[in-house]
Design a protein around this ligand. Structure first.
Ligand code: GLN
Length: 539
């Protein structure tokens, strides 16, 4: 089966499209809404595909500042995307690819390349129809084979750069039939504390904006901080002409995983059923089970220290946090995330937690704190999970412990003699071209009997990658003297994929990003491993 499509019986219906747009402001849960609509349709047996269209002029999300945009999510084929693809993968339990993330910069650069190649036969290249057609081609391509294709348009309607996308999805309905398209607009309705009232004016204006571009939405999802009275939907309905039934309040909830059942319980579900011609009751058992787990009160709670550079935006490490939470649910132990600022961290911070996680990162800021975390974990037998950079700092820590004090990565200290992490031969000089990252799925062979192999219960695994530097195996003896062994490599043995500590309850680090493959319903073994080790340490 094409893994970009979700499970469920293939139905012989005409392909449907659901477009999710946003108004008032961004960041109010459009991605979760899109993913949740998909989850409900999947639970009704539909074959769902999903795509994010991002109007900003970047070619991919690889170079975006994670402190502003949240984490860069990586797909199995190495697309560097924004974090909504992570929501989609977790909610729909699928593995997406490059075609599920379409950024204006990429579509535009392909269009310009086409023009340069003379493929546009002397035509004046215009936003309409050339760019809008190119957007529609991307949508059609990503939709192939599914019963219903969900397209989320990034940003808010009315943004300059988004106009071509709004026009493209308007035109799309003319091509495939309006009856095969459902437009869902997600708006924010603020509650004004002083006058104690919900204010629908910004939402009204947002509806107005969308209509002015020729799109009359079928449903409106109203995001509020607290449940809103029916008068809010009534007012929006009155002023927009959309039936009140299809204006659905989605207040903040304890967990995002409650949104699919909430949608299934709302009148939006009737609309989805009618639209799809599918009256099957959704099977939401797995969601209900998950919500129960999220709300259970485990007997024990562990403190996991996340040694991080960006500590004021949870989105920066979203997949790592979701992976830890999922592991906590699976193991039946509470999770208390302790943010440890890598730039100011001391041994006291490391001592105060039951386990340490060092996530991925680029650049030298905070690296010494991360090396100190790995050193502390090695010396005090503190459970440790290293992810990508988290592996590299643990190797640096081990080699320094073995006596080479200036051991470093050439990323942080290009002149170091003891370049235990480095750019391999053939890769030098290309560091800033953006083309030398090792991205997406790679296989690793794990040494049988190792902690890595035991944790995975396998000796051949596939994980996603996003890094440029590699462990320099010339320092193997020092790595071992410092307390670590190489327990997983690329199948040809050239690249180090896993290291682990000997004589330690749980110290495991991977060059990959396993967090991207964790699912709320199925925690990733490495995260289960650190959670279990952290509880054992506590006992
Ligand atoms: N900066 C390191 C590298 O490029 C680690 C990357 C990461 O943690 N994703 O190799």
């Amino acid at each position: 089966m094409d893994s970009t499509k979700t499970h469920g019986a293939k139905q012989q219906t005409k392909q449907k499209y659901i477009f999710v747009t946003g108004g008032v402001l961004s960041g109010v849960g459009k991605g979760i809404t899109a993913a949740s609509i998909g989850a409900v349709l999947q639970a009704k047996g539909a074959y769902v595909s999903i795509q994010k269209c991002d109007p900003y002029l970047n070619v991919d999300a690889g170079l975006l500042n994670p402190a502003e945009h949240g984490e860069c999510f990586v797909t199995k084929d190495g697309a560097e995307t924004d974090l909504d693809l992570g929501h989609y993968e977790r909610f729909l339990d699928v593995e997406l690819t490059q075609k599920n993330a379409s950024l204006a910069g990429r579509i535009m650069s392909e269009l310009i390349a086409d023009e340069r190649a003379g493929n546009l036969r002397g035509k004046t290249v215009q936003v309409v129809p050339h760019f809008t057609n190119a957007i529609q081609d991307k949508i059609a391509e990503a939709a192939e084979g599914s019963d219903v294709h969900i397209v989320e348009i990034g940003g808010t309607v009315g943004d300059y750069e988004g106009l071509a996308f709004i026009e493209a999805i308007r035109e799309f309905a003319a091509k495939v039939g309006r009856e095969n398209c459902l437009y869902v607009h997600v708006v924010y309705v603020p509650f004004i504390g002083t006058s104690k009232e919900f204010k629908t004016k910004p939402a009204q204006n947002a509806m107005h904006d969308l209509r002015s571009f020729g799109i009359f939405p079928d449903a409106v999802v109203v995001r509020t901080e607290q449940p809103a009275p029916a008068s809010v939907a009534h007012k929006i309905s009155l002023l927009s002409g959309i039936p009140q039934d299809y204006i659905v309040d989605m207040p903040n909830v304890d967990t995002v995983y409650r949104i699919p059942p909430n949608i299934a319980d709302s009148s939006l579900h009737n609309l989805l059923s009618k639209f799809m011609g599918n009256s099957t009751a959704p099977d939401l058992a797995k969601w209900q089970k998950l919500i129960k787990l999220v709300n259970s009160s485990p007997k024990k709670t562990v403190k996991i220290g996340l040694v991080a550079k960006y500590i004021d935006n949870e989105d920066t490490y979203l997949s790592v946090l979701e992976a830890l939470k999922a592991a906590g649910w699976e193991v039946g132990v509470g999770l208390d995330i302790v943010w440890i600022n890598a730039e100011t961290a001391t041994d006291q911070d490391f001592a105060a937690v039951d386990g340490l996680v060092v996530p991925g990162g680029f650049g030298g800021r905070g690296v010494e704190g991360k090396i100190a975390a790995a050193t502390y974990a090695l010396e005090h037998k503190k459970p440790y999970l290293g992810l990508c950079l988290g592996l590299q700092v643990s190797v640096i820590a081990a080699v320094r412990r073995a006596g080479l004090q200036d051991a470093d990565s050439t990323e942080f200290n290009p002149a170091t003699k003891n370049n235990v992490v480095y750019i391999m031969e053939g890769q030098q000089g290309k560091e800033s071209t953006g083309g030398t990252l090792r991205l997406g799925d790679y296989t690793a062979t794990l040494r049988s009997g190792s902690l890595a192999a035991k944790t995975y219960d396998q000796t051949k695994i596939i994980e996603r990658h996003r890094h440029r530097y590699e462990v320099n195996q010339k320092f193997k003896n020092h790595i071992e003297k410092g307390g670590l062994v190489i327990s997983g490599t690329s199948p040809d043995g050239k690249l180090v994929e896993f290291v682990e500590a000997t004589d330690h309850p749980f110290f495991l680090a991977t060059q990959a990003h396993p967090e991207f493959k964790s699912r709320p319903f199925k925690a990733h073994p490495l995260f289960v491993g650190i959670m279990k080790a952290a509880v054992d340490k506590k006992a």
